[in-house]
Design a protein around this ligand. Structure first.
Ligand code: SF4
Length: 364
């Protein structure tokens, strides 16, 4: 049981209280909002906001945790890569425990003799490749537009320095195509979106315009302080009241209208958009990033002859539905029983940004 002081972490408790009072006073009808980003999921729980918001203001978690949206077939593929002779897998720590077919994961593979190294950045993988010139070092690239530019810069550096034994398994995903897929899905029912602050620092506002223009859904790019989130909710309520859905930038102290053009330039030099498999959302056109042109020679799947198959969901796991906001984590029959952070059945219980892990940590 975690006890939460609702005012912990509130930089300006008085202003927060005023905003909360305003939200309570002005919320006329039930309203749902999806927080697309896993960091928002955690921020809402950690701050205690969840218990302070009106009951009719429903929080729905979305597909914004990079480890969680990594498809079953991608997990199987990197476990396959780990079995190859003369291969060192370089990965962020979260992926070590993500279960693949028959409950296998990278921890188990490592215990059985696979060479797996936890790194803290793509550049660490480059250094690893320099240390192991006779091996292929495969970096497992997960993440959204936020992490892809540094991975692109690493591949460019490898090319420039002639380090040809660094390979990339690109599982990177793009947020706007996933949002389009969600908003088109008749089973997904959300009134508004809280958009990811970090991703928006790279892509800016333009790629989100379709959300309001085509789907009439209000959307607010939001920071991660409780004050940011409360302001965003009020901005959404104002739009709904005025019947004028728009994309609004609440996080303007960090997110520029145009995003970060230099980061996008590096990304588009190294990657091209490709179809990608998302856990729960399936194959979404042009929602992934594949190495292109001269950089295609760093593609781990191509070089090591491994394919990503469209595997079915893990037995009993409802992560797919959780990531679409169709099922709350605690509605999964395995939640808190067979599936706990120490023994996760699905990736949403593994990652610190996963909805199931957040529900488990803050609501049990
Ligand atoms: S509780 Fe576990 S099994 Fe259920 S959806 Fe979450 S991660 Fe998957």
């Amino acid at each position: 049981m975690n006890s939460i002081n609702p005012l912990t972490g509130f930089k300006d408790p008085v202003l927060c209280r005023n905003l909360l009072d305003k939200i309570h006073a002005e919320l006329g009808a039930p309203l749902s909002f999806m927080e697309v980003c896993g960091t928002h999921t955690v921020a809402i729980f950690q701050s205690g906001l969840r218990s302070l918001l009106p009951r009719d203001l429903t929080q729905v978690s979305g597909p914004g945790c990079p480890v969680c949206v990594t498809h079953e077939g991608e997990v199987a593929a990197f476990l396959e890569l780990a079995k190859k002779d003369n291969v060192v897998i370089a990965t962020f720590g979260d992926l070590m425990r993500v279960p693949g077919p028959r409950g296998r994961n990278l921890n188990i593979a490592q215990a059985e003799g696979a060479r797996v190294e936890v790194v803290y950045s793509a550049f660490d993988a480059l250094i690893l490749a320099q240390k192991h010139p006779d091996s292929k070092v495969v970096f497992l690239g997960v993440g959204f537009e936020t992490t892809a530019p540094t991975v692109a810069a690493t591949i460019k550096a490898a090319a420039a320095q002639g380090i040809e034994n660094l390979l990339l398994f690109s599982m990177h995903k793009l947020v706007p195509p996933a949002l389009a897929a969600l908003l088109t899905d008749p089973e997904v029912n959300v009134d508004s979106l809280i958009l990811p602050g970090h991703v928006s620092t790279i892509i800016g506002l333009e790629p989100y315009r379709f959300i309001a223009d085509q789907y009439g859904v209000p959307a607010v790019i939001t920071g991660f302080e409780p004050l940011d989130i409360l302001q965003a909710l009020l901005l959404i309520m104002t739009q709904i009241k005025g019947k004028q859905p728009r994309v609004v930038n609440q996080y303007s102290r960090v997110v520029a209208e145009q995003g970060n053009p230099r980061a996008r330039e590096i990304m588009s030099e190294v990657f091209e958009p490709s179809d990608a498999l998302w856990r729960g959302l399936g194959r979404i056109p042009q929602s992934g990033l594949a190495l292109q042109g001269e950089y295609a020679r760093f593609d781990a799947l191509r070089l090591l002859d491994v394919r990503v198959e469209e595997l079915p969901p893990l037995p009993g796991c409802h992560c797919g539905e959780v990531l679409k906001g169709k099922v709350r984590p605690n509605e999964c029959p395995l939640f808190g029983k067979a599936c706990v952070p120490a023994n996760p059945v699905g990736p949403c219980m593994v990652s610190t940004e996963g909805s199931c892990a957040a529900y488990y940590k803050y609501s049990l």
